[in-house]
Design a protein around this ligand. Structure first.
Ligand code: L34
Length: 285
């Protein structure tokens, strides 16, 4: 079973669109998402464009701010501060990675917690790990929704996550744990990785290496969620971390790349922006 992220993302955006229409009636304006892109990395340009497109589709006000990679760290922090103080802005996203002369941690910390639609702010991360009220980061939230959509039972299952990044590996592991999976976090230095992954009922791959997971690493009937977005060195085409053609023969559930976790990341960003908007509106009362 191939679970289409494109299809599920469409359904999620449809629901957000309905909620936005209601929000406009109640609050007099739609949520406003601001996405900042520094530099001209083609992959980042493509992702940011997709976010703007989705935002328009669901009826948000959408602003994309493009800055040259010569922008100083202070200039970027000042821009974020001005958006923090702008009451008409509900969500602020600074696309990562940033140029080396800009401290990403400083940037993430500067975004107001109430406008942190990525869920990357350290206080939000702490809230997630303490099982408190939080914004779930977009890609992990998308992974969980894909599993639910495919009807995969998470509770009691063995989940293996390959990758331990702040954006995907760590938060998705915590979210699987909170759904009562037994979670193993593996990575590039895990010894005998196939022996670990072969035990997984649920395998989430976010290591960033084209076609890294091959068929012999996968348990028959496993659910495989591919979070990788790479260029296939052979063809130049977009491909995941999973060798789709062979693994699809063995898995019971698999997500494609493109059309899997990527569109879901964007759809979950729409959910998060609406959530931040509604919280901010309700806090004002
Ligand atoms: N601040 N930086 C911030 N937030 C994020 O959530 C991200 N991420 C990651 C990179 N930096 C970020 C994204 O937006 C990865 N990512 C992302 C978002 C969307 C897509 C891929 C990665 C996506 O739409 N992928 C499409 C193909 C797009 C294409 O053709 O280039 C897909 O079908 O997979």
């Amino acid at each position: 079973m191939i679970v289409s992220g494109t299809q599920l993302a469409k359904e999620i955006k449809e629901k957000v669109k309905n909620d936005v229409a209601k929000a406009v009636e109640i609050y007099g304006r739609p949520p406003h998402l601001v996405v900042i892109l520094v530099g001209e990395d083609p992959a980042s340009q493509s992702y940011v464009k997709g976010k703007g497109k989705d935002a328009e589709e669901v009826g948000f006000k959408s602003t994309t701010i493009l800055k040259p990679d010569t922008i100083t760290e202070q200039e970027l922090l000042d821009l974020i501060e001005s958006l923090n103080n702008d009451d008409s802005v509900d969500g602020i996203l600074v696309q990562l990675p940033l140029p080396a002369h800009i401290d990403e941690d400083k940037v993430i910390e500067t975004i107001s917690l109430s406008k942190d639609v990525d869920g990357f702010h350290p206080l939000n991360v702490a809230a997630l790990w303490q099982k408190r009220d939080c914004i779930y980061p977009c890609t992990p939230k998308g992974v969980i929704q894909l599993l639910d959509k495919a009807g995969v039972k998470i509770e009691g299952k063995k989940a293996v996550v390959i990758g331990r990044s702040n954006i995907v590996g760590l938060p998705v592991s915590k979210m699987l744990l909170d759904r009562n999976a037994t979670v193993t976090i593996a990575h590039s230095r895990t010894q005998n990785l196939p022996s670990v992954t072969s035990e997984a009922d649920i395998l989430v791959v976010a290591i960033g290496r084209p076609k890294f997971v091959t068929e012999e690493m996968v348990k028959p009937g496993a659910a495989v969620i591919d979070v990788g977005v790479n260029r296939d060195p052979a063809t130049g085409k977009l491909c995941g971390d999973v060798d789709f053609d062979t693994v699809a023969q063995k898995a019971s559930v698999i997500t494609p790349v493109p059309g899997g976790a990527g569109p879901m990341t964007r759809a979950c960003l729409m959910q998060n922006t609406l959530e931040c908007f509604l919280r901010r509106q309700n806090d004002k009362r």
